[in-house]
Design a binder for this molecule. Sequence first.
Ligand code: SIN
Length: 281
Amino acid sequence: MRLEPLRPAFGLELHDLDPAHASALEAADLPSLLARHGVLLLRDRPMTPEAQIAFSRNFGALESHAAYPAALRHPQHDELLVVKRYQVEGRALRFGGQWHSDLSYTLAPSKASVLHALVVPPSGGDTLFADLAGAYAALPDAARERLEGLWVVHDLANGRQYGDSPPDAIAAMRAKSPPVEQPLVRRHPETGRPSLFISEWMTRRVVGMSEADSRALLEPLLAHTQDPAFLYRHRWRVGDTLIWDNRSTNHLAMGDYEGERVLHRCSLLGEPCGRPARPAA
Ligand code: SIN
């Protein structure tokens, strides 16, 4: 396996790795390569659903998506989400259309995700990844000290796409997925590296701060995580697979395309992180 950085300090392309025939040594290396580099790319290796599931298991145990709406699931494999444009309950759903880290609004955020491209549009539909550990490391010392020990509320209903939802729909969403508090600075369980565990979609407020103070702290910090200095932008080709570590990266799916775009996603079960949110004072 030959390794090539996607960016100087973020992401790695794995050349000459056949996902169906990875040696035991190569397979054993994958989780630590992911933890150290945040994003891994395999180019031009079409995979069946079964092959993707088997490959994804190199990174750990897989989430079942059995409780997701049927429209989002693969008809034969609960381990696979089908990522495309949907209408769910009469509403257009743009999968991943705002910066986020998968399942950060739960007490067991996803460890990692494995996304495989089946159909890609002729242009647009790229996926962007933000290096949250790099963004943290680039902060001045005083800013890092100020953030230490802070908690933030992650709330699925914070998403822009729910902005015009009626209050009872938001209340139902919160009853199903109650907001949680996450450490603003999260230490990676494998590398120990700190990263900014915040995102535009999920992060509602800083615990214990007024609305105004919370906004004044979060807005520039969120903008910092989206600085091009910390981003990798992936232009998809059919047969590409991207694996990202949700504990140290955010991602964003661009909606700037016409035609079909279909990908299959496996999600890796993550370790417990965070605590139930308490009502704002
Ligand atoms: C996702 O957020 O998992 C989907 C990303 C994409 O469609 O590029």
